[in-house]
Design a protein around this ligand. Sequence first.
Ligand SMILES: Cc1ncc(COP(=O)(O)O)c(C=O)c1O
Length: 416
Amino acid sequence: MTTFDIDRIRADFPILKREVHGQPLVYFDNAATTQKPRQVIDALVHYYEHYNANIHRGIHALAEEATARYEETRQKVADFIGAPGPECIVFTRNTTESINLVANAWGRKNLGEGDEIILSTMEHHSNLVPWQMLAQATGAKLRHIDIDDEGRLAGDSVEQLIGERAKLVAITHMSNVLGTVNPVRQIADLAHAQGALLLVDGAQSVPHLPVNVQELDCDFLAFSAHKMLGPTGVGVLYARHELLESMDPFLGGGEMIRRVGLEESTWNDVPWKFEAGTPNIGDVCAFGAALDYLQELGMEQVRAHEVSLAQQAMRRLSEVPGITIYGPKSDEARGGVVSFNLEDIHPHDLGTVLDRHGVAIRAGHHCAQPLMARLDVVATARASFYVYNKEEELDALIEGIQAAVRLFRAPAPTRT
Ligand SMILES: Cc1ncc(COP(=O)(O)O)c(C=O)c1O
């Protein structure tokens, strides 16, 4: 049930006032990146207009202010995901970089010949390619949990694959294609029982549902600010404090050191040991405004709103002849991502027609080529929802789909 005042929320997003091809913009590509509210845009402008300075090293007022805001956002991130403290939060560029950080700084030190990294067939390339590179470098093996016909992780496969050789389980919390919400707490228990660690790809969960790292008992969590109303160029890696302490640095340079000699150096405390060079100060500060915005809405309500939109979308889409909808049907097992294919119509063609109707969706492999192969398709169309989307916008989606059907499935002209 939606409890939001949608019109009030929509008024905060300047971009929603624009038209595309003469039609009101209907933005259903939120799994790729979300739009930004005025509060976030203003916070970014405010940074550059009022306290732009480099952090941690200045002794002037601007530098102190910028440092305070940057570190304040770290605390907000910790609060948002229920982390024990800000020292567990590392700022990166995006989810991809956070996962690469773990693969390099933890993986190269802890994995060897015969060790196993457990993934699934529904992973985004970001949570697959870094592990392939690590496996090639260390001799570790990759194993993949399969999915069932509904697009859920196959239960027996989960238990079978997380065996005593498993050193790391790296799994998405919510699939960016199927919308499946995976039972990560159960997976954490299975992994820990075998002495393995759990990395959760939270790119699609942290923005859309309440996530508490202590309740999930995960060891690492990666996500991106740009998928949760924040600016591009900011990612987060949460890791248990003792893991961060034991890991080697990922990148070397300024900021991440304590003392530097000609031959060798010592490292800064965590989390700064993992933040080499000047970070993305302005965008991190503006990310704080995005977190405030979501906190005010309440993540339970965000989830309820999206579940409601997804259910309505699936119900209306299922009335279109020749449609296949992927992923689980029930509320608790899925989020606000709906992927589908129309018989005889390529998703790119559909996306182009929808664009003419002002509707932005995604069409393609969604950086999940192994999943496409598993589903036996080359691509899907995907509509994904966020806090500013409303029920009425589904009309434009359905009308656009009907127009595509008329265009591409028109009967061939008969010769007389
Ligand atoms: C599940 C999942 N993981 C990882 C990523 C990568 O995020 P980023 O491109 O911000 O690094 C995405 C982006 O779509 C995603 O959906």
